[in-house]
Design a protein around this ligand. Structure first.
Ligand code: MN
Length: 523
């Protein structure tokens, strides 16, 4: 069991949302949730925006062949779709392509660059990738294909020789943490002005899925996007929202329901399936695509479970980070397995797939460790790497494994693997108003952990032979998924302390508070 650290011991549970935001330094949370278009910055603050818009407009007018080149995650998929649809609506001769994770790998590649040349494109616009494609940019240029890069990934010293680059890091643009789709959206805004609001729900989807901080311009995008998503003009998104029975879309719905399904396409088969969903022309088409997406998602879940269990068995416990490798790893779920390990074991986690000559993998940070910074110090060992401070990808030659492990572990700061679970505050569940729990979800705090003291048992069940359920009273229950121990250890005499999240369980029209247990103590 880990140490619990209560952030606000004096938490007033009658003002739950207000108090949690205050301890995060936000004095007026309602202000945050009221941000709207007025927060949007002028897209022309980006370096190169004017010449980019002019170039695209010329290409549209001259019927040049334009290719939008995206990435296979939700951010890349949504970026691809909004720019493709915008240029198509302007009567451009435009197509899109997203590399296949298993065949082509991430981003532009040399072979993809030659494909683009051979297919006769005049102009390529990358979205959510491209900032590292120095080699590919040269190949395109040498073959008279013009390249516009839009990206938000970390820049290197050497930039690709492109016609133009739209990147927050290259300009005075005042809000830096845009998602890839946020950057693409700024280009769409520059191209079509206020009509771009048609896509705001799609932009919100990519922004949340890419785990960007939901402040300032991102928060405005998400506020407007969630509102629109309820009655989306996008037939595919509307069909998915209704298929998942989402009434009033929230950030948590994007994180746990929409994004995993859209991601599953690129993880299992092809991300183009998800672009096709967003581009569906009627409900019939959308429904058929959703069926296929569900199959991909179920397959993804099954595989993740198997590989996570394999991963756990390979952990070397005494090391400051988790580094596991196996030929059985599946490239589509490396990142999910790594983040699960990081969260379960409180350590930076590296999950590698062993190929013939290389290890290829995903890293997820824990405890605020900057993994991109660590990788930059291992540059001499790596064939390639890229990503963000808390999530990155890498590849290196097989013979470098031992040196990689040794030096990677040396670079992990010692404070990062302390096992402390941060808890917002202590709650008396017997006095908690269900309205406070509804508000937690409404204001994106469903993930918060709380401690619940002096819980008395009214009844207990073992659900499906594997989940412990506690009935606290007629308005409140608690469940510990995949844990049988709690059920067998507690009795009517127990005084129980729970650590968990607050949720609402609605059944036959009656709503109850439900604690999703993460940890417990029996006193
Ligand atoms: Mn991205």
């Amino acid at each position: 069991m880990n140490k619990w650290k209560v952030i606000n011991p004096l938490l007033d549970q009658n003002k739950l949302v207000e108090e949690v935001y205050r301890s995060r330094g936000v004095d007026n949370y309602l202000e945050l949730f009221n941000l709207d278009e007025k927060t949007f910055n002028d897209p022309y603050l980006f370096r190169d925006m004017t010449k980019t818009v002019d170039r695209i407009m010329t290409a549209i007018k001259n019927k040049e062949r334009i290719l939008i080149y995206g990435d296979y995650d939700v951010d890349g998929i949504t970026s691809t779709f909004i720019l493709y649809k915008t240029i198509r609506n302007l009567n451009g001769n435009v197509s899109y392509d997203i590399p296949n994770r298993f065949i082509d790998g991430y981003g532009l590649s040399v072979s993809k660059a030659y494909d683009i040349i051979n297919e006769g494109y005049n102009l390529v616009i990358t979205v959510d990738n491209g900032i590292k494609s120095v080699k590919e940019a040269k190949i395109l240029k040498d073959n008279n294909v013009e390249l516009i890069i839009t990206d938000h990934h970390e820049m290197e010293d050497e930039l690709p020789d492109a016609f133009s680059i739209i990147h927050t890091g290259l300009s005075d643009y005042p809000f830096k943490p845009l998602a890839g789709v946020g950057v693409a959206f700024k280009l769409v805004q520059a191209l079509i002005g206020d009509d771009s609001s048609e896509y705001i729900d799609i932009v919100a989807l990519g922004t949340v899925a890419d785990m960007m901080p939901l402040i300032e311009e991102n928060r405005a995008i998400v506020n407007l996007g969630l509102k629109k998503m309820k009655h989306s003009d996008n037939i595919g998104l509307a069909a998915l929202v209704s298929f998942l029975d989402i009434g009033r879309p929230s950030v948590a719905d994007i994180q746990f329901k929409l994004a995993p399904r859209i991601n599953a396409c690129g993880r299992m088969k092809s991300a183009k399936l998800a672009v096709m969903l967003l581009d569906s022309i009627d409900k019939f088409e959308a429904t058929n695509i959703i069926k296929e997406i569900e199959e991909n998602n179920n397959e993804r879940k099954k595989l993740t479970k198997i590989l996570y269990e394999e991963g756990v068995s390979l952990i070397e416990e005494e090391k400051p980070s988790i580094i596991i490798y196996s030929p059985q790893m599946h490239e589509g779920v490396l990142g999910i397995v790594a983040s699960r390990l990081a969260n379960e074991f409180f350590k930076v986690s590296v999950v590698l797939k062993e190929d013939e000559y290389t290890y290829k993998g995903s890293i997820r940070s824990y405890g605020g460790v900057d993994v991109i910074h660590i990788l930059s110090k291992l540059n001499d060992l790596l064939i390639r790497h890229g990503g963000h401070t808390n999530a990155a990808g890498l590849e290196f030659k097989k013979e470098n494994l031992e040196e990689f492990k040794r030096r990677f572990n040396e670079l992990i700061p010692t404070a990062s693997h302390e096992k402390v679970t941060k808890v917002e505050g202590v709650i008396n569940i017997y006095n908690l108003d269900i309205k406070q729990v509804v508000d937690l979800d409404r204001y994106d705090l469903k993930d918060c952990l709380f401690v619940f003291e002096n819980i008395k048992l009214n009844n207990k069940y073992l659900i499906a032979g594997q989940h412990s359920k506690i009935i606290i009273n007629k308005d409140c229950e608690a469940i510990f998924f995949n844990n049988k121990d709690l059920y067998s250890k507690i009795s009517n005499e127990s005084n129980i302390t729970l650590l968990g999240r607050l949720d609402i369980n609605s059944f036959r029209g009656k709503s109850k508070i439900q604690i999703i247990i993460e940890d417990y103590e029996i006193n």
